[in-house]
Each structure stands twice: as C-alpha cells, then as structure tokens.
Design a protein around this ligand. Structure first.
Ligand SMILES: Nc1ncnc2c1ncn2[C@@H]1O[C@H](COP(=O)(O)OP(=O)(O)O)[C@@H](O)[C@H]1O
Ligand SMILES: CC(=O)N[C@@H](CCC(=O)OP(=O)(O)O)C(=O)O
Length: 298
C-alpha cells in the first residue's frame, strides 16, 4: 500500500478524528506559555528554502489554538559561514564559541539582524505578526562574562537574571516574541549567549509550561537510539561517559536550568522532522527526549 503523504489522501472522518484527538491537549494548554528554541542547525536560509517553513507554521498553529509561543533562535551555522567568508576560523570549547571583539560584531549582525529578521518576516508572510528583539532590548537578558575551565571564551555571556516584562508586553499585544540570544551587562557591554542557555533561562523566568529545543537530531542519542526520557542524574553520567558532548552539552544544561527555575516540561526534538512540534504538543505519544529533574535513572 502506498504511504499516505498528504491530508488530501486521508478520508474526511480520519481528518475529523485528528482534530478531535487534539482537543484535550488544546484545552489543557490554552493560555500556557511554550518556549521554543529554534536551532540554527535546522533553520534554512531564505535562499535554500522552497516552501513556507513548517516550523513557523507549527508555531502559528500553537498560537491560533490559544497557547502563547515564545521563540528563541540560534544561528551558529550562519555565524560560522559569515566568519569563514571574512577569513576567520570559528573556534568552540564545549559547544561554546570563543568570541573575540570582531567575532562579536559578526555574532550581533547575524543573530540580531539576518536570522532574527528572516524569522520575523516569515511569521509576517504566513499571516502572524511577531516582534523580533535581542536580549539587550527591554533589559531582557542580564549577563556576566562566562568563566570556563577550558580557557578564556572572550565575550561569551552567562545569564544572571531575566527581566521578562518586555515579553509580557509583546504577548499581551498579540505578537509572538522572537528573541536573538545576545545579552548585556551592567556596563552596556553585549555578550554572545548560547541560544539553548538563553531559552532555558527565559523558560524558567516565564514559568513556561514547556521548553522545546528543536535541533538536528531526534533527541539525546546513545548507541544509535533515542533516549525517550532522561533525568538530571542520567545526564551527569552521560556527560561523564562522553555520550553527550559538543553542542548537546549546553542544551542539556539549559534543560536542567529551566526545570530548576520553574519550567514544567522540557523536550529535545528533531526540528527537521516535519511538524515535530505539533506531534509533541497535541498527540498522546510525545516524540524526542523528555528531560526530567531529579536523580532517578530513566
Ligand atoms: N548524545 C548525543 N545525542 C545527540 N546529539 C549529540 C549527542 N552528543 C553530542 N551531540 C551533538 O549535538 C548536536 C546538536 O547541537 P548543536 O549542533 O549545537 O545544534 P543546534 O544548532 O540545534 O543547537 C548534534 O547534531 C550532535 O552532533
Ligand atoms: C556562546 C555561543 O556559542 N553562542 C552561539 C549563539 C548562537 C547559537 O547558540 O546558535 P545554535 O543554537 O544554532 O547553535 C554561537 O555563537 O554560535
């Protein structure tokens, strides 16, 4: 039998059933804040995109049925591309970009300019107004220079405090906030913040119902399989064993920080899987990895 690819191939009663099955989740999550981290590894540039971004459509869907989505985006891939075009090498320590002054200029241009405006324009084109901002706007993300055992990371910021008033104003106005992860210290110096860390801190400060990290893998993987659930204790072991490394390290740290600060549920999903967000929020069998606080082994 041929695989069902489009909704047009599903019978009318099956279409209705899909909507009916979503009803309890729509009721449960009405009015709730969902922070979505859209990773740069899955954001296609305008030039590469052939269709409306399905992630943008999913987020609009969440809003239309009464949830309050807040988007925090990355853009590491685009930063590295521009740095290389300018003749600079990108350097990472434990998934964090070593950020000197000239690199910070590129980071701010790419995240606050190119990627942020691409996403805001995509929401607008799909009929849903959004407001783009960085963590500097409205004093959203207060940071201090991040200290790291692996050496001086330069202008990499660690979030010390989130001031979410600006987000509440944007949400109250009926807009989706779209946030680039740049923070500011008390002297006005801007810092490069890992987008997962920014999303975790924001989800905690908003006591979000869910923090969903969209990346380019189906979740936390071990021996080629996705772990459907991990606890804080599991994560410490997985990092110790080297199973979790690179860009996944700031991701899991952000998950635990969000849970500690008040976010209720945290998930890591594959943003390249079509409509992963809808499947996670509106169906019984969630997908990806659910991250839990606590020490018990999953
Ligand atoms: N145990 C693990 N499971 C899955 N991915 C892992 C793991 N350890 C390291 N990674 C790496 O983390 C990457 C995701 O982080 P990153 O590249 O920073 O993505 P994003 O841009 O979405 O934040 C994966 O593509 C993978 O290479
Ligand atoms: C300090 C640090 O590493 N900042 C990141 C910010 C962007 C980011 O996190 O983007 P992704 O989510 O796409 O990886 C960077 O410069 O790449």
């Amino acid at each position: 039998m041929e695989t069902l690819n489009t909704i047009a191939e599903i019978s009318p009663s099956e279409k209705a059933q899909v909507l009916i099955e979503a009803l309890p989740y729509i009721q449960k999550f009405a009015g709730k804040i969902v922070v979505i981290k859209y990773g740069g590894s899955t954001i296609q540039s305008d030039a590469d995109r052939q269709e409306i971004d399905p992630v943008i459509l999913d987020i609009i869907w969440l809003k239309q049925v009464g949830l309050q989505p807040v988007v925090v985006h990355g853009g590491g891939k685009a930063i590295t591309k521009l740095l290389n075009a300018l003749g600079h090498q990108a350097q990472f320590v434990d998934g964090l970009r070593v950020t000197d002054g000239p690199t910070m200029e590129v980071v701010e241009m790419v995240l606050g300019g190119q990627v942020n405006k691409q996403l805001v324009a995509a929401f607008g084109a799909a009929g849903c107004p959004s407001v783009g901002l960085t963590g500097v706007d409205g004093n959203l993300l207060h940071v201090q220079k991040k200290q790291h055992d692996g050496g001086d990371l330069g202008l990499v910021g660690e979030v010390t405090h989130v001031q979410p008033d600006v987000l509440h104003s944007i949400l109250a106005g009926g807009f989706i906030p779209v946030i680039a992860p740049i923070g500011v210290d008390e002297h006005g110096t801007r810092y490069n913040v890992n987008a997962d860390s920014a999303a975790g801190a924001i989800a905690g400060a908003l006591s979000a119902e869910k923090l969903i990290l969209l990346t380019d893998v189906p979740g936390i993987m071990k021996n080629g399989s996705v772990l459907s659930e991990v606890s804080a204790g599991d994560i410490a072991n997985l990092i110790g064993e080297g199973v979790i490394h690179g860009g996944m390290v700031p991701k899991v740290e952000a998950c635990l920080e969000a849970l500690r600060c008040g976010a209720r549920h945290v998930h890591i999903l594959n943003g390249n899987e079509r409509h992963a967000l809808l499947l996670e929020v509106f169906t019984k069998n969630g997908i990806g990895t659910l991250v839990r606080g606590g020490e018990q082994t999953a």
